[in-house]
Design a binder for this molecule. Structure first.
Ligand SMILES: [Zn+2]
Length: 541
């Protein structure tokens, strides 16, 4: 049984959820077996090649990378449910679902077997592991086609919103995203919305997503959901097919590590923003705002001084999907953090060097056609770089330093290629700066964040410590925040707090925080090439 599911780069130890493992041979006799590894079983078949293996799977995790079952729905994350015969991963598989009698729908990207109810076929176990199954009384939104290919959206408890409008917008997203690559490689595609919550996993012809349509009722929520759907959808190109060589065939026992998740994840975030703008769902200002927020998020993260995007990619297995745990929070970034920025730098550089005749879109198309379609494999880091440099016609050493070193980003040069500028000057923010965020926990305050190199940080306050007293009194979060708002830089505050070893009191002098706005603007009097690059980047040709 796999220990992980592709798309979610964490060891899940799925085999620990298996109980009541039983094997009978063709004559119905029980066979002996033993655990051969954490995720393997060795069966004494006595030469009988026809076996029936049965087992129960604990299905209590309502999450895209888990299995879940209750009276209302079932969700199968296949890598965590199906075992496979060792060494036979390339064998074809048939799956028959017997749904609970009160359920109407079984939804999956798997191919249905004609004439057999709820029976599906996968060409091999890789395809099976890549095809989650959602069942229950699901809502089917109005489907649409792009280039004649049907797209479905099946949802458990999606909430109340305008489904027609939503599907019309989703059609624009898919038309735009598939137009970037110029080829649709599947015969049908299904969004599986497993219910409210968080998270999504991309697949070859489906995406499993946590989803609540209620969010679509505000503009901000709508853009957030559209970004998310554009992200999961674009992944069927970028990571599933346009992929680092390490990401398929997968190592289901150990996991597959790559130093290119900044490309597979981060640049997929880059394309979210481009796709929404080009689909007409956002405007110029909203797109620049999205990049501003991304860049500010990256530039204010201390981990950028310690971890390169290549290392963040490789170490995501140890650090969690979003890069940061415990006291290491300030020493790491996630593969997502710098991605939109890297996509933008590379795109502008290629456009500039080729007089806007080539772009990152051309590079993605080239990788798709050459490696996925012709060679049926992923690319190495060296191949990626060499393809990018050939397309640009120049060395991209300066760009690749942003992936393999901690070199500060030269914004003015790269954004200047598109006639843009960014305000990176750190200015004083109003109010006094301590540098902690807190919430109530019992009769103390739990520190939910301590900013690196803030006065609080220097005083020894850390995330997950508790503040017991402020200036000699107990205080709830509301009173604490009120006190902070009333103080000014230079004021002193006495804090009694827990540490990993005991209790400590510190007198902390409040300071003023400085931060860049990272606002992105168009330069005055751009040249012809700058104007052309910006226009085509916005998709306004
Ligand atoms: Zn992703």
């Amino acid at each position: 049984m796999p220990v992980w599911t592709p798309g979610y780069y964490q060891v899940m130890n799925y085999a620990a959820n298996i109980q009541n493992f039983n094997v009978v041979n063709s004559r119905g006799s029980l066979l002996k077996w033993e655990k051969s590894s954490e995720n393997g079983w060795k069966i004494n078949t006595a030469g009988d090649l026809s076996l029936v293996i049965s087992y129960d799977v604990k299905a209590t995790t309502a999450f895209v990378a888990g299995n879940y079952l209750d009276e209302e729905r079932g969700y199968i994350s296949p890598a965590g449910l199906f075992i496979f015969p060792a060494g036979m991963i390339n064998n074809p598989v048939t799956v028959r679902i017997e749904p609970y009698e009160k359920w109407s729908t079984v939804a999956t990207g798997l191919e249905p077997v004609k004439g057999k109810a709820n029976t599906f076929y996968a060409a091999d176990y890789d395809v099976l592991f890549d095809s989650p199954i959602l069942m229950g009384n699901l809502e089917s939104f109005p489907s649409f086609t792009v280039n004649g290919i049907p797209h479905y959206f099946k949802a458990f408890k999606p909430g109340v919103f305008n489904q027609q409008q939503f599907m019309a917008d989703l059609q624009k997203i898919i038309t735009t995203a598939s137009g970037i690559i110029g080829d649709i490689p599947y015969s049908h595609y299904t969004f599986l919305a497993i219910g409210p919550g968080g998270g999504g996993i991309e697949h070859l012809n489906s995406a499993s997503i946590a989803f609540s349509g209620e969010g679509l009722n505000t503009k901000e929520g709508r853009i957030r959901i559209y970004n998310f759907l554009a992200h999961e959808y674009f992944h069927h190109y970028n990571v599933k097919r346009i992929r680092p060589v390490e990401l398929g065939p997968f190592d289901y026992d150990k996991g597959s590590r790559t130093r290119m998740l900044w490309l597979s994840e981060g640049v997929t975030v880059y394309y979210e923003y481009l796709i929404l703008k080009r689909a007409g769902l956002t405007g110029r200002e909203e797109m620049l705002q999205a990049f501003r927020a991304s860049i500010k998020n990256y530039e204010t993260k201390p981990g950028r001084n310690f971890q390169t995007p290549a290392d963040a990619s490789y170490r995501t297995w140890d650090e969690g999907p979003f890069g940061r745990t415990g006291d290491e929070v300030n020493r790491t970034i996630s593969p997502y953090d710098k991605g939109p920025l890297l996509g933008m730098l590379l795109d502008f550089k290629i456009r500039h060097e080729t007089k806007n005749k080539q772009s990152l879109d051309d590079l993605m198309r080239l990788l798709y056609n050459k490696y996925y379609k012709q060679k049926s494999r992923g690319f190495t880091e060296t191949e990626f770089r060499s393809e990018a440099e050939q397309l640009a016609g120049v060395s991209l050493a300066d760009f690749f330093d942003y992936i393999y070193t901690l070199k500060p980003v030269d914004y003015s040069t790269y954004l200047g290629y598109a006639g843009l500028s960014i305000d990176t000057v750190a200015r004083e923010l109003p109010g006094a700066w301590l540098g902690v965020a807190v919430r109530d926990r019992g009769d103390s305050l739990l520190i939910t964040n301590s900013e690196w190199q803030s006065p609080a940080w220097a005083g020894g306050l850390r995330r997950r410590n508790s503040i017991l007293q402020v200036n000699g009194s107990k205080m709830n979060a509301q009173a604490f925040n009120g006190l902070m708002a009333s103080l000014k830089a230079g004021d002193k505050i006495k804090i009694l707090f827990t540490t990993s070893t005991g209790v400590k009191e510190e007198e902390i002098v409040l300071q003023t925080k400085k931060e860049g706005s990272y606002a992105i603007k168009q330069v005055d009097d751009p040249g012809a090439l700058q104007t052309a690059i910006l226009k085509s980047w916005f998709g306004e040709n």
